[in-house]
Design a protein around this ligand. Structure first.
Ligand code: ZN
Length: 248
């Protein structure tokens, strides 16, 4: 089997078609796409986003918490008011085909090569949020690959564990490059495509070159106004559109 060289890393697209299309365009040619869950919820285009992902020639997917709740695999009990409202709308908007696809999404963590594994929240629990050093330490100990990519927090973050834990970054700005050249393990969140929460409204994604051992976290501006207009037109809470402009 040929060794894959260039991966596009997507997470937390959240039914934001404008952001997804802009990211796919900005990423250019890649060998394989890794999509770390939360395809749906919050945004107004769940079916179109799913269709885009399914049309990709080479893609590995796992499920996120919104995917589970959106197809009834889990209740929305743990969701706040906004998330609950949005996921109820999403559940009613999903086509049968989309629903079947989401319901069949595999659970992380998932090894994609000898070097890389993906998960939505953490390698030991798909629903856990990794924010601080303590979370990261636990996640790195549970990870079984040199590089573990995760999502769920919507905040780009990077850690390296050698003899001790090191925080890399913070990964901010248009391009943030992480050299994966040292011993030890890496744990990286490339941010959210469809609903960034680090104060930067630009869509976030990762480009991983396993040959050069470089992971680049990129940001790209997309048509936020168009995504907002669809949220309003769908009757979703207006604040879900406002937060896209704020990156919160
Ligand atoms: Zn999410």
């Amino acid at each position: 089997m040929d060794r894959l060289l260039r991966y596009l890393v997507l997470s937390d697209i959240h039914a934001n078609l404008e952001a997804l299309d802009t990211v796919l365009d900005a990423a250019g040619a890649v060998d394989h796409v890794l999509a770390l869950g939360d395809f749906i919820g919050y945004g107004a285009d769940p079916n179109a986003v799913i269709a885009r992902i399914r049309a990709l020639p080479a893609v590995t997917v796992i499920r996120g918490n919104h995917d589970k709740v959106g197809v009834g695999l889990e209740s929305s009990e743990g969701f706040n008011y906004l998330a609950r409202h949005a996921i109820a709308w999403t559940a009613s908007a999903l086509s049968t085909e989309s629903r079947d696809w989401v319901a069949a999404l595999p659970q992380g963590p998932l090894g994609v090569s000898a070097e890389v594994e993906i998960c939505h929240g953490a390698p030991f629990d798909e629903d856990v949020y990794v924010f601080d050093d303590l979370d990261a330490m636990r996640a790195l100990r549970a990870s079984s690959h040199p590089l573990c990519l995760f999502g769920h927090t919507h905040v780009p973050t990077a850690f390296r564990l050698e003899t001790s834990l090191r925080v890399i970054g913070p990964p901010r700005g248009e391009r943030f490059t992480i050299k994966l050249d040292g011993p030890g393990k890496y744990l990286v969140n490339c941010g959210a495509v469809g609903q960034p929460r680090d104060g930067d409204p630009r869509a976030a994604f990762g480009l991983l070159d396993t040959d050069a051992h470089v992971l680049e976290i990129r940001r790209v501006a997309y048509n936020v106004a168009a995504a907002q207009a669809k949220i309003i037109a769908a009757g979703l809470p207006e604040v879900l559109g406002q937060r896209l402009a704020a990156g919160r």
